[in-house]
Write a protein that binds this ligand. Structure first.
Ligand code: SF4
Length: 316
């Protein structure tokens, strides 16, 4: 599966910043680049601001944050950056995620500095103009800042959402039927349980009746709830709960010593002594011993929501 990810061009090492520099992220190019096709976008260059260019910043206004020149605040780039986001959103309809450069008045996705028109910092923060419009048009698309990908939990959460989003896109392409829809639901059950139990239960109710409305409508509503559910971080407590659930599928198969060993690994993980990969590896090894009785569990995305080689579960 070719998974396409949009990314702020400067993160790929392209010299597109206002000062002619870049913000190369080796994690993006060297690690994620092995799994994703990147679609670089520099909105400031895209609207013709040039390289180098005078820096801009966000100022608060009654019409919402405005991107204006630091030295010449009469130069306002808000409308072209917003329009450019609309254009790129249409062009990049097939992407499965977006990695953005933090702190940028154009690309920043989280707390970008906001100033008052007297030049003093405002108490609140804002999103970059381009990022805010792109996110408004693509509310379910996984979007994250490169800086936040340094956090193991946020990184694992983002990559999980990207692969799930791509899986849903593939489902739409192959054709949505009751069977493909229910198969999708079933294979994400335990992953969702690890992220948010209430969403797991809500999704179960949503698929219980597929006759009352057109399938496409139910699926569209389902996917909104699904993507919002995956945004919840999967904590050690929630993962441990899922691991114990999955262990239940082995209760007739593994002996008392094996069960005690698995319990011990899950408890050590729950207490923060080992990473998730430790109990999970042992659990998977047992499940693979009994492929016939474990077929349902072996089909769960929870076991491998992203490539093992990314090592994301070695760090959470
Ligand atoms: S943060 Fe965005 S606008 Fe700024 S240089 Fe990078 S890609 Fe271009």
């Amino acid at each position: 599966m070719d998974i396409q990810i949009a990314i702020s061009s400067c993160l790929l090492g392209e010299s597109v910043r206002f000062n002619g520099g870049h913000k190369h992220s080796h994690f993006c190019t060297d690690v994620l680049g092995q799994y994703f096709s990147f679609k670089p976008v520099c909105p400031e260059v895209g609207i013709g601001m040039g390289i180098p260019r005078p820096p801009i910043r966000l100022i608060a206004s009654s019409a919402g944050p405005q991107a204006v020149g630091v030295e010449d605040p009469t130069q306002n780039f808000t409308a072209p950056l917003t329009e450019y986001a609309r254009q790129k959103s249409a062009e990049l309809a097939g992407i499965s995620g977006y990695i953005l450069m933090q702190k940028s008045p154009s690309c920043g996705y989280e707390r970008v500095k906001l100033y008052r028109d007297n030049g003093y910092p405002a108490d609140e923060a804002a999103m970059g103009i381009y990022a805010a419009e792109f996110a408004r048009l693509n509310p379910l698309l996984p979007m994250e800042e490169a800086g936040r990908l340094n956090d193991a939990m946020l990184r694992e959460n983002f990559i999980t959402r990207v692969f799930a989003y791509a899986d849903w896109q593939a489902l739409q392409q192959t054709g949505l039927t009751k069977k493909t829809f229910l198969d999708f639901h079933v294979r994400y059950k335990y992953l969702m349980m690890a992220h948010h139990v209430a969403t797991y239960q809500q999704l179960g109710q949503m698929v219980a009746d597929l006759k009352s409305r057109p399938l496409a409508d139910i699926a569209a509503d389902y996917f909104v709830v699904f993507m919002q559910g995956l945004k919840h971080l999967a904590t050690r407590k929630k993962h441990s709960n899922v691991l114990y659930h999955l262990q239940g599928y082995l209760k007739e198969k593994i002996n008392a010593r094996q069960k005690q060993e698995l319990n011990q690994h899950i408890e050590q993980y729950r207490k923060g002594l080992t990473p998730l990969v430790v109990p999970l590896t042992l659990l998977k090894s047992h499940l693979h011993e009994y492929p016939d009785t474990s077929a349902y569990v072996l089909g769960q995305k929870y076991l491998d929501p992203h490539p093992y080689e990314l090592g994301l579960r070695n760090a959470i």
